[in-house]
Design a protein around this ligand. Structure first.
Ligand code: RIB
Length: 357
């Protein structure tokens, strides 16, 4: 016998808690996303599951809380953006894209810098929830854990930016970094390099891990057996980190003839040390970076780099977030991936030159 529907208004009269979508999911033994699909896209739910969810809705007397959705729609006129490093032009360019989309919708952006610290990230997430922002865009410091899920469960939409969400009920926008790493090292192999160094950072940063995977896949797929590939860890994913790593790897004998850096800031540090050492670029050492930030083309020896569509990443993520904030449970989560592009410049142009043996 189905119970009488209970909504938030019922709670005011009877004190009995309103039945939530979480109650339905728990009772039916399915995810929140499945309940949402049963309500909004029944065609994507198996008949048995659909029947079980509908039966549970009737038994519990669940009523979609339209007022909660309206409340969500009436949240502050801001969205939060939490990035790993505001000192990296990559994130500033992404933020420009976020602002393009937000401003077009009459919203402002609160930019937060986690500095790759989970403690700082948590503090900003607390603040953004207290400010009741329309939603949060975030490049997580670590893997996507319960902290972000809790923010979503409490009603603040979250879209992962520059990170691939494995959970189909979590929207994300990212670039295929494995392909990016492969493009960079394919290029170095094709220009004759056999001693190649990879300069990355903390392996916990998914972007670093994927770019290294792509580099190793390029070597494996080349079928070349005489390639020396050394992995070096920069203490930080910026120019200072690149300088520190370069002082060690460029002092090696035999020296690598090519360096693939996990981002352009590191590549700029490696370039600075190579020039200080009197090395010729690319004759003595070729350098390729990642992101293709504005400075990559502007330095004395223009850098080859794997370009990420930075502004488009920001615009796309912001639009996904605003759609979810507006649609609530009716929102169709998406995982959008962009392809990187290799931009070849002087720092790896080996035309008419052969790498040192
Ligand atoms: O934060 C480290 C790197 O990850 C940035 O340089 C950018 O490439 C991002 O994807």
């Amino acid at each position: 016998m189905p119970r009488q529907p209970r909504s938030a208004d019922d709670t005011l009269r009877t004190g009995a808690p309103a039945v939530s979508v979480h109650d339905v999911a728990r009772r039916a033994g399915v995810s929140l996303g499945t309940v949402s699909n049963a309500l909004n896209r029944p065609q994507v739910v198996s008949p048995d599951t659909l029947e079980r969810v509908r039966k549970t809705i009737d038994e519990l007397g669940y009523v979609r809380n339209e007022s909660a959705r309206q409340l969500r729609a009436g949240r502050s006129r801001t969205i939060g953006l939490v990035v790993l490093d505001v000192g990296n032009p990559f994130f500033i360019d992404v933020a420009r894209g976020v602002e393009d989309a937000a401003n077009a919708a009459g919203l402002a952006v609160i930019l937060c810098n986690s500095d790759a610290s989970t403690a700082k990230e948590d503090n900003y997430l607390d603040l953004l929830e207290q400010l009741r922002v329309r939603g949060v865009l975030i490049t997580p410091v670590d893997t996507v854990g319960p902290r972000l899920e809790a923010v979503r469960q409490r009603g603040t939409p979250v879209v992962l930016l520059d990170r691939h969400a494995r959970n189909k009920n979590q929207s994300s926008v990212w670039v295929d970094d494995v392909l990016g790493g492969e493009l960079a090292v394919d290029h170095l192999l094709e220009t004759g390099h056999k001693r190649i160094a990879f300069v990355g950072g903390a392996a916990k940063v998914k972007q670093v891990e994927d770019r290294l995977k792509g580099a190793q896949r390029a070597i494996r797929r080349s079928g070349k057996v005489d390639i020396e590939f050394g992995v070096h860890v920069a203490p930080s994913l910026n120019t200072v980190g690149g300088i520190a790593a370069a002082r060690q790897l460029l002092a090696m004998r035999p020296r690598p003839t090519a360096v693939f850096c996990v981002n352009d800031l590191i590549a700029l540090g490696v370039l600075q040390v190579a020039l200080e050492m009197g090395l010729r670029i690319p004759h003595d050492v070729a350098i390729v970076g990642y992101d293709d930030i504005e400075y990559a083309a502007a330095v004395s020896h223009p850098l080859s780099s794997v370009r990420q569509p930075r502004r488009l990443i920001g615009q796309t993520a912001a639009k996904l977030l605003m759609d979810e904030a507006e649609a609530g449970e009716d929102h169709r989560h998406q995982q959008i991936v962009f392809k990187p592009e290799l931009i070849i410049r002087q720092s790896t142009d080996m035309r008419g030159k052969t790498p040192r043996a």
